[in-house]
Design a protein around this ligand. Structure first.
Ligand SMILES: C[S@@+](CC[C@H](N)C(=O)[O-])C[C@H]1O[C@@H](n2cnc3c(N)ncnc32)[C@H](O)[C@@H]1O
Length: 309
């Protein structure tokens, strides 16, 4: 215990040594304030929820292949937009919900994952692989629910379009008070994984999974108060992608929140349809700005919150 305290003090001193006089005064005031106690409580509660989600992650790892793509899935490499240079040779899927950056580094160190590919076999002429993730990371989920979205989601419906292994749903379960959390997923194998997890961790009162093409579920989309859409471009052709956005525009209700992991401009301009959507969404400021203190915000700038006009 004594050694722990000395270690903790030493780590704090490292941080304080980097601050100038004004910053140090601000830090001393914060530590002496009630706000500090509240921030600490919030941080502890976040860590506890994350531990619960980590248990789910460990079970999913035993249910899906290491590369986290199912045999029944057909990956469509995008031909437009910022991932248009990705292909089967230069790209590797590493699921960020299942493996965080630290674990990826461990896998690389242990030789289970490579960061490079060979341009001509047996040579040292190598290039760095592009890592993509079909799932949001646990950190991104915390940021969506604890900073971007409103704190009180009681009686609200959160919908995840393309819920895959369910990370967004479990995040909503542990990090929000939303009454109803629904995932729509086209792939049956992915739905089976989610069903097993929901049943094993007894989350069925609030979470439901629908095995369907979202295009057949306009009624559900129209009921949602929060709609989370992760880039679908590795799963649909450019034409299908366009159709999906016309469909969302037709069905999402006025005043509902939309969470994207690219800006709407960066999503729709490569599809050549942004002009038709220019007045559809308004950018929303994060609704729980006070919680930004819990995160390294720099890492999370690629998440966007909009309101439907
Ligand atoms: C990029 S993953 C998103 C995973 C999860 N929502 C997240 O953000 O972590 C996209 C998922 O959407 C599913 N999908 C693609 N098109 C769909 C459609 N039309 N209807 C329902 N699901 C779809 C894919 O099978 C894939 O699992």
């Amino acid at each position: 215990m004594f050694v722990d305290i000395i270690n903790a003090k030493s780590r704090l001193l490292d941080v304080f040594a980097d601050l100038d006089d004004d910053e140090l005064i601000a830090m001393e005031q914060w530590i002496g304030s009630k706000q500090y106690k509240k921030d600490l409580e919030n941080k502890k509660s976040l860590i506890k929820s994350d531990e619960a989600i980590t248990k789910i992650v460990d079970v999913i790892k035993g249910m899906v292949p290491f590369e986290a793509e199912m045999a029944s899935e057909k990956i469509e490499y995008p031909i437009v937009g910022d991932a248009a240079d990705c292909n089967k040779v230069n790209t590797r899927h590493v699921d960020e919900f299942l493996y965080d950056e630290e674990q990826v580094q461990e896998l690389v160190k242990d030789g289970k994952l490579s960061r490079h590919y060979c341009i001509d076999c047996n040579s040292q002429n190598i290039k760095e692989l592009t890592y993509i993730s079909h799932s949001k990371s646990r950190l991104q989920l915390q940021y969506i629910y604890k900073v971007l979205l409103p704190k009180d989601l009681e009686c609200k419906l959160i919908l995840d379009v393309g819920s895959r292994f369910g990370g967004v749903l479990y995040g909503a379960y542990y990090f929000t008070n939303a009454s109803k959390i629904v995932g729509i997923e086209l792939n049956k194998e992915c739905c089976e994984v989610q069903e097993k997890i929901i049943s094993q961790f007894k989350m069925g009162k609030r979470i439901q999974v629908v095995n369907s093409d979202v295009l057949n579920k306009g009624d559900l989309v129209a009921k949602s108060d929060v709609c989370i859409i992760n880039c679908l471009d590795f799963f649909v052709s450019t034409e299908e992608h366009k159709r999906l956005w016309y469909f969302f525009k037709e069905h999402l209700k006025k005043g509902s929140y939309v969470v994207l992991d690219r800006s709407i401009v960066d999503t729709l301009q490569p599809l050549d349809i942004f002009d038709e959507f220019a007045d559809w969404l308004s950018v929303s400021k994060p609704m729980q700005l006070e919680n930004e203190i819990l995160f390294d915000v720099e890492e999370l700038h690629q998440l966007y919150l909009y309101i439907v006009n």
